[in-house]
Design a protein around this ligand. Structure first.
Ligand SMILES: NC(=O)c1ccc[n+]([C@@H]2O[C@H](COP(=O)([O-])OP(=O)(O)OC[C@H]3O[C@@H](n4cnc5c(N)ncnc54)[C@H](O)[C@@H]3O)[C@@H](O)[C@H]2O)c1
Ligand SMILES: O=C(O)C(=O)C[C@@H](O)[C@H](O)[C@H](O)COP(=O)(O)O
Ligand SMILES: [Zn+2]
Length: 383
């Protein structure tokens, strides 16, 4: 796919643009950006009040840098702090966030700033979409996952007991500031989880990137230029897809590789710490490739290569890798039936003809999915 040209600015900062007409915005990637947040945001909304939505972990480590930077630039910050974890993508916490933003008198010309991982980004973005029928928001992603995926593209929302991300809105940010320095405080398990979404871009349509990751993943985990390159390549891929299909009427669904199985497993595990989003996506991607191989669409060796790389970095690749109880196969099929790509009951999966050759498969036979899941749970006759 044609990727947006990346501009490398002085001091290791890379800038990309998400082209969406009058809702276009920049993604700025590099170290030290939290301290520049005030100046960069004041250039867009001088004097604004800024409701900073963040979680407790991120607040402890990074909130004061952002607040100081905003104040120094003449902005007026008010923090709204939620508990960390997927359970915060709920109606109860959404209400708490909206209350906090209203109490801070965030008006239509003010801003919401999401400071955190994908949970905070999805929650704060949805709150911004709903507050006074829509206020602008800035994404300041602090997890690898949020820097390579969730901060870009405007999907916002919360979970339901019926499934993952079932309530939400498309609401694009006006700016994304990805400070790569903050990843130094991210726990390894969370870094790995975000890495699954990095590998996803290679598996979708960029085989050379996947091969590069197979060689360089330790450098990506170690920090430095390889990490920034992986983040910039991921953001360029996502920006290109979002620019041509903002609301997922076509190609954008490719970004859902691994998510049909993955979301069902996440919901099945109760949106708990037992299974992080990226871990679910890693299992889901390995399954999408194994299912593709079982259907004769892709070589079994490609499915093996995908699983081998995910395992090498320490990610799970099988249902058996999830600790604790899960729903039975019918329960998982019920969760899959709630996937947002389902149309009039017909299942859509992202399948693959090979590494970097993913495609949207509509009207996938539920019986084939069911027997695949049964085999997977039994240990699997698949590669
Ligand atoms: N909107 C989208 O397009 C999109 C894309 C991918 C994923 N998502 C969503 O993103 C969520 C997962 O995001 P996530 O993996 O970032 O999870 P998360 O937001 O729960 O963050 C992971 C954990 O790391 C902590 N953390 C974050 N940054 C830190 C830092 N710099 N230092 C120390 N701790 C830090 C958080 O407090 C949390 O405990 C899921 O809900 C998923 O559905 C959305
Ligand atoms: O941005 C997208 O489009 C994606 O599908 C990215 C995914 O990584 C992300 O998890 C997204 O939230 C899933 O979308 P959903 O529509 O299936 O909820
Ligand atoms: Zn995802």
């Amino acid at each position: 796919m044609p990727l947006p040209a990346a501009t490398t600015l002085p001091s290791d900062v890379t800038q990309l643009r998400v082209g969406l007409g009058d809702r276009s915005y920049d993604i700025v990637i590099g170290p030290g950006l939290l301290a520049q947040a005030g100046a960069r945001i004041a250039a867009l909304r001088p004097g604004a009040r800024v409701g900073i939505v963040t979680d407790r972990n991120v607040a402890e480590r990074h909130l004061s840098t952002v607040e100081e930077s905003l104040r120094a630039a003449g902005l007026v910050p008010t923090p709204v702090i939620v508990e960390p974890g997927e359970k915060s993508k709920s109606f109860a916490v959404l209400e708490q966030v909206l209350d906090g933003l209203l109490a801070a008198r965030i008006e239509r010309r003010d801003l919401v700033l999401a400071l955190g991982g994908g949970v905070v980004g999805d929650l704060a973005g949805f709150a911004a979409a709903a507050l006074r029928r829509g206020v602008d928001f800035v994404q300041v992603p602090t997890s690898l996952l949020a820097q390579v995926d969730s901060s870009v593209g405007g999907k916002t929302g919360i979970n339901s007991r019926h499934g993952k991300n079932l309530i939400g809105a498309f609401h694009q940010p006006i700016l994304v500031l990805a400070d790569t320095g903050v990843l130094d405080t991210l726990p390894l398990r969370e870094f790995r989880s975000g890495y699954a979404e990095v590998a996803k871009y290679g598996l979708i349509d960029n085989a050379p990137f996947f091969t590069w990751l197979e060689r360089k993943w330790q450098d990506v985990f170690g920090g430095g230029p390889a990490r920034i390159e992986a983040i910039a390549t991921s953001c360029a891929s996502k920006a290109a897809v979002v620019s041509r299909d903002e609301k997922e009427t076509g190609d954008r669904a490719l970004l859902n590789l691994g998510h049909t199985f993955g979301h069902a497993l996440e919901a099945g595990a109760g949106f708990s710490q037992r299974l992080l989003h990226g871990e679910a996506v890693a299992i889901g991607m390995a399954q999408a490739f194994r299912f593709s191989a079982a259907q004769g669409l892709c070589a079994a060796t490609d499915a093996e290569r995908v699983a081998a790389h995910l395992k090498a970095v320490g990610l799970p690749t099988r249902i058996a890798d999830i600790p604790g109880e899960l729903p039975d196969t019918d329960g998982l099929m019920d969760l899959i039936a709630q996937d947002k790509k389902v149309s009039r009951g017909a299942l859509t999966f992202i399948l693959a003809r090979g590494i970097g050759q993913s495609f949207i498969a509509r009207d996938v036979d539920p019986a084939a999915v069911r027997s695949f899941l049964e085999a997977e749970r039994a240990g699997g006759a698949h590669p």
